[in-house]
Design a protein around this ligand. Structure first.
Ligand SMILES: Cc1cc2nc3c(=O)[nH]c(=O)nc-3n(C[C@H](O)[C@H](O)[C@H](O)COP(=O)(O)OP(=O)(O)OC[C@H]3O[C@@H](n4cnc5c(N)ncnc54)[C@H](O)[C@@H]3O)c2cc1C
Ligand SMILES: NC(=O)c1ccc[n+]([C@@H]2O[C@H](COP(=O)([O-])OP(=O)(O)OC[C@H]3O[C@@H](n4cnc5c(N)ncnc54)[C@H](OP(=O)(O)O)[C@@H]3O)[C@@H](O)[C@H]2O)c1
Ligand SMILES: *[C@@H]1O[C@H](CO)[C@@H](O)[C@H](O)[C@H]1NC(C)=O
Ligand SMILES: *[C@@H]1O[C@H](CO)[C@@H](O)[C@H](O)[C@H]1NC(C)=O
Ligand SMILES: CC(=O)N[C@H]1CO[C@H](CO)[C@@H](O)[C@@H]1O
Length: 501
């Protein structure tokens, strides 16, 4: 029998969906290119032919086929009952436009050659080896679900949270439901100055009237309405020129209603001279920072700032040394920061300790110094220093038939468009390998048939894409009654209940 190549994908975030999309599209495009040129007949009637060249009398043309270009089937396995990864559980609730990519992912999921299996924890409910036996290729795109830790004393104290958990809490990630962060203090310190840090700062400081029109979870909304946090410091180990956030996100902070910026002018001493040599995006970002920190604003802005009840500001050249506890040890009292100076210049400059320290009082610390991928199975190569799967163009090193894409492939940086690009690259590598024969797809593989049987035997019941659509509808309906685009279900049990009844 000449059967279709079967590919499975682990993880349904942007990486999983963009890899699937490209695999499906490449095949469709192939048939179209070769059979619609010169108005050839449609591809549909030919898909079962096992031939390389066919002469079509209708259009007096030869059409070319490669054996590997049979309809590929793509199955996506996801641990949670709901799809879309960080688009659902990472992207800030006040950035709804970013979530439009879900429309494209939904089209892919509904394609006749794509299937979604939610509620399947790969590595636990089914092993990678089992998937490799069932499929011609396995693409790992399970993201970066760990967090880099600061490695300083006191980071385990109550009142210290990783951004990953804090974000998961306000976005309804089931494992973070119980976080209930203590927001009864006046000053919060966020460590790290990337876009995630700015997301957290914005959520902590946004007027509740803005948040209540978003899909932020109800418990988070209630906690934030009661929050006493009035001042947020966003702390970086290096200087203004090395800041990791981008201009759109900084502008949102600058314009955030009912807040005013509070910077340290001296931090910008060396910045003005350096400005002219900076690459353009970095230059514009730095100019906005300079303007915000140093310029005397116009009358209207002055009035706005004087009325603001909350403040935010960057603190540069500071690394965490220790989280300080109150004498009772029941909660945190502040954080000790080492004062750094910079060595080198430009974006690559690095921080070195001066030996001086400074204590800052605060009741809440959010560590936003990056996410981290974790190994899934001892049989899969893992570079624990870089915390990625070692690969060349998405081909896992020393593991034929294994591929990777997304944050697991590159490390936890880059926006959705970056993840899309690197996932398309992985899909291209996979197609190349099928075409060249490096990846043997001539023998039939059972695909989802055998995995479904295995899961059933183990008592694992997958959530299909139409099951997810039931959850989706219930969430949107729940949201409607309170003027929100969606009210997320907060536990796996609730999700499964809705999916299966
Ligand atoms: C807080 C935050 C906010 C962001 N905001 C933006 C933004 O506004 N705009 C933007 O462009 N980019 C944003 N990004 C970046 C964007 O989210 C990433 O580029 C992208 O999500 C990475 O995709 P991924 O598929 O590699 O990983 P993920 O999105 O994390 O997807 C991984 C998926 O794999 C699943 N999984 C994990 N383990 C298993 C397992 N064992 N078995 C099965 N499935 C598993 C997970 O449940 C998840 O669904 C943000 C990132 C973060 C962290
Ligand atoms: N709106 C959006 O488009 C959006 C929103 C959220 C996230 N994202 C994207 O998602 C990706 C991840 O975001 P992120 O904010 O988690 O990561 P990030 O952009 O890499 O920022 C990480 C921050 O942590 C600091 N840091 C790292 N290790 C540290 C340490 N040991 N001690 C002190 N500070 C440390 C970094 O400083 P150094 O520079 O000194 O290392 C940097 O300021 C980014 O590409 C981001 O753009 C985009
Ligand atoms: C599937 O894996 C999860 C996570 O390890 C576990 O809690 C669950 O019990 C497993 N399901 C079955 C039926 O084995
Ligand atoms: C993605 O790739 C396209 C085409 O190669 C490029 O123009 C674009 O800048 C890339 N986007 C990102 C965010 O890397
Ligand atoms: C995987 C990982 O590094 N997890 C850490 C996330 O951050 C918390 C709190 O800072 C640590 O306790 C975890 O070990």
């Amino acid at each position: 029998c000449f059967c279709s190549p079967k590919v499975c994908i682990v993880g349904s975030g942007p990486a999983g969906f963009y890899t699937a999309q490209h695999l499906i599209k490449v095949w469709t495009a192939y048939w179209t290119v070769f059979c619609s040129r010169k108005r050839c007949i449609s591809s549909a009637s030919l898909s079962s032919e096992n031939v390389d060249i066919i002469f079509f009398p209708q259009c007096r043309d030869l059409c070319f086929f490669s054996q590997a270009r049979q309809d590929v089937e793509v199955d996506i396995y996801e641990r949670l009952p709901v799809p879309f990864g960080l688009v659902r559980f990472g992207v800030a609730p006040d950035h709804p436009e970013v979530k439009n990519v879900i429309n494209t992912f939904t089209q892919t999921a509904k394609h006749s050659r794509c299937s979604f299996y939610g509620n399947v924890n790969v590595g636990k409910n089914v092993s990678i080896t089992e998937l490799q036996q069932a499929y011609h290729a396995v693409v790992l795109s399970y993201g970066a679900e760990g967090n880099r830790s600061m490695g300083v004393p006191g980071e385990d104290l109550a009142g210290v949270y990783s951004a990953k958990d804090f974000v998961g809490w306000y976005n309804g990630l089931p494992s973070c439901r119980e976080l209930s962060p203590d927001l009864s203090c006046e000053t919060a310190v966020i460590l790290g100055q990337g876009n995630v840090a700015l997301d957290v700062a914005r959520i902590l400081l946004s007027p509740i009237d803005i948040l209540k029109k978003t899909d932020i979870t109800q418990p988070a909304l209630e906690a934030l309405a009661e929050s006493q946090v009035r001042r947020v410091l966003i702390v970086g180990r290096r200087g203004p020129i090395q800041i990791a956030c981008t201009i759109k996100e900084l502008r949102e902070m600058v314009n955030l209603p009912d807040t005013r910026p509070d910077m340290v002018a001296a931090d910008f001493d060396a910045v003005k001279e350096a400005l002219k040599d900076l690459p353009r995006p970095r230059k514009r970002l730095t100019e906005l920072m300079l303007k915000t920190a140093l310029e005397v604003p116009g009358e209207k802005e002055q009035e706005r700032r004087s009325k603001a009840s909350r403040t935010w500001g960057f603190r540069f050249f500071r690394s965490p040394v220790e989280v300080l506890a109150e004498p009772s040890h029941s909660r945190i009292a502040g954080i000790r920061l080492a004062i750094n100076k910079l060595e080198g210049s430009g974006e690559g400059a690095h921080a070195v300790l001066t030996g001086e320290v400074e204590d800052v009082s605060c009741g809440l610390v959010v560590s936003s110094i990056g996410y981290k991928s974790l190994p899934i199975d001892p049989s899969v190569p893992f570079d624990s220093r870089k915390a990625i799967i070692p690969n060349t163009m998405g081909r896992v090193k020393q593991a034929a038939g294994l591929y990777c894409s997304g944050w697991l492939k590159t490390g936890p940086t880059g926006v959705i468009a970056t993840t899309m690009n690197n996932s398309f690259d992985t899909a291209r590598s996979l197609v190349e390998d099928m075409d060249s024969g490096t990846l043997d797809v001539s023998a039939a593989k059972p695909g989802s048939q055998s995995i479904s049987a295995l899961l059933e035997k183990r008592g694992v019941k997958p959530v299909t894409f139409s099951d997810w659509e039931k959850i989706d509808n219930v969430e949107m309906k729940k949201g409607e009654s309170s003027g929100k685009p969606r009210e997320k279900l907060l536990t796996v049990e609730e999700m499964l209940h809705v999916a299966w009844t």
